[in-house]
Design a protein around this ligand. Structure first.
Ligand code: FE2
Length: 412
């Protein structure tokens, strides 16, 4: 007797009229027209069953603080960092936990079941680290929460930056972060990349660094990150997040840079909602979009994810934990509106993000975890077009969220 049988579903790879069988929290079979006794059988009505959404770039310690202590009026990254610095001294651990759990509930409803969150390690009290480690424990049955030690004020620029970051790693944080473009000089930024990659190499950790998050066409930290990855043999374990300056870089330089990134096995994460909003703020017209070169990186074989980054905090006033919204905006900004381009943006918020996070058992195939989302859409393009309803969300075979299918009745 199966625990669960989903019948008549479409899959993201384009197959239709498929069945998915589940036992013991795992997918045991994926085939057309399966029929077997099951404790529960769900007729998917032709809608698409997709693996859960993954957000490989988020800030869960800052989420849902919008307006505290004030709003970021200029809309720039730097004013966002200043607003967060004003709030930090009054942060309470219970409040961070409460906000993070509220976001997690929002995420579960949207079928977002894996999140890599940066956590600020610049505050010597490491309150946010303690809080998010607690949240990680509490949501473990539903959300795979991976934490990145993020020295928001600069690992070299802030007093005790490296010690605080190492303490966070010792407390159980999974990934080494950084922010080289916020160090005092370009040279200090490069030194921070080297230092942080060496810490990761020594401790067997992954790396995910905010890299070149500016409009500066001469910012070169992603080049250093690729070089250090190659030098230290960290291929497949390193990610450059944002890389917005690549949008403004000289084309000749980028023609050398992208193959270097591909060669070093560095993944890239674009954050369309936040990049399009924070970047280009010093421009008049034409205004730069400020999102990294997604299709060109993908064409070179680089794994590219798209992240939500922020939700109602000093850097972004909106957001609903909806990774289809992220993919929807991302494909517009990147002009990836061909059928293959749209599908690639769906991958950026599912399989590519899962690969970046090194998630195990991810996908709709026998042997994978029975974690998936039934979308009120017939295929990947339809799902992004509609930002489709998440009709049912399952984690290892257990139903964790439901949303009634949307139905409009016209009265003409
Ligand atoms: Fe970020």
């Amino acid at each position: 007797m199966l625990d669960l049988l989903i019948t008549n579903c479409a899959l993201p790879d384009g197959r239709t009229a498929m069945s998915v069988a589940v036992s013991g929290g795992k997918i045991t079979d994926v085939a057309p027209g399966l029929s077997a006794p099951a404790k529960e059988t769900v007729d998917a009505k032709g809608w698409m069953l997709a693996p859960p959404f993954c957000d490989a770039h988020f800030h869960m310690d800052t989420t849902l603080t919008y307006g505290q202590p004030r709003v970021n009026e200029s809309g720039t990254l730097l004013e966002g960092i200043a607003v967060w610095a004003e709030l930090k001294p009054s942060l309470q651990q219970e409040d961070i936990v409460r906000r993070a759990l509220a976001y997690c509930e929002m995420a579960i409803g949207k079928g977002l079941l894996a999140i890599r969150s940066h956590v600020d390690t610049s505050d010597a009290r490491l309150l946010a680290v303690e809080a998010l480690l607690e949240v990680k424990k509490r949501v473990a049955g539903v959300i795979d929460l991976q934490l990145v030690a993020f020295p928001q004020d600069g690992v070299l620029r802030s007093p005790g930056g490296a010690d605080n970051l190492k303490k966070a790693l010792a407390m159980g944080v999974d990934v080494v972060g950084g922010i080289p473009h916020f160090e005092r000089t370009m040279a200090q930024g490069a030194e921070s990349v080297k230092l942080l990659c060496e810490i990761a190499a020594a401790q067997g950790k992954m790396v995910d660094m905010h890299c070149d998050e500016s409009d500066d066409p001469l910012s070169r930290h992603i080049e250093t990150l690729a070089f250090e990855t190659h030098r230290l043999g960290l291929q497949g374990r390193v990610t450059g997040s944002h890389c917005t300056s690549m949008h403004s870089m000289d084309n000749y330089y980028v023609s050398k840079l992208i193959p270097l990134i591909a060669e070093s096995g560095v993944s890239i994460i674009a954050n369309p909602l936040v990049n399009i909003h924070l970047q280009g703020r010093h421009d008049t017209y034409p205004k730069r979009r400020g999102m990294t070169r997604v299709p060109e990186l993908m064409a070179a074989g680089v794994t590219v994810g798209m992240g939500h980054d922020d939700c109602m905090d000093p850097w972004y006033p909106l957001g609903t934990a909806d990774m289809l919204e992220v993919a929807h905006l991302g494909l517009h900004v990147a002009q990836m509106t061909s059928q293959s381009g749209i599908r690639a943006c769906f991958d950026a918020v599912t399989t590519n993000a899962a690969k970046i996070m090194h998630l195990q058992g991810y996908g709709i195939a026998p042997g994978c975890d029975a974690s998936f989302v039934l979308l009120q859409a017939t295929d990947v393009v339809d799902a992004i077009r509609r930002r489709a309803n998440r009709v049912k969300v399952y984690k290892r075979g257990r139903l964790v969220a439901e949303t009634p299918p949307a139905l409009t009745t016209l009265h003409l």
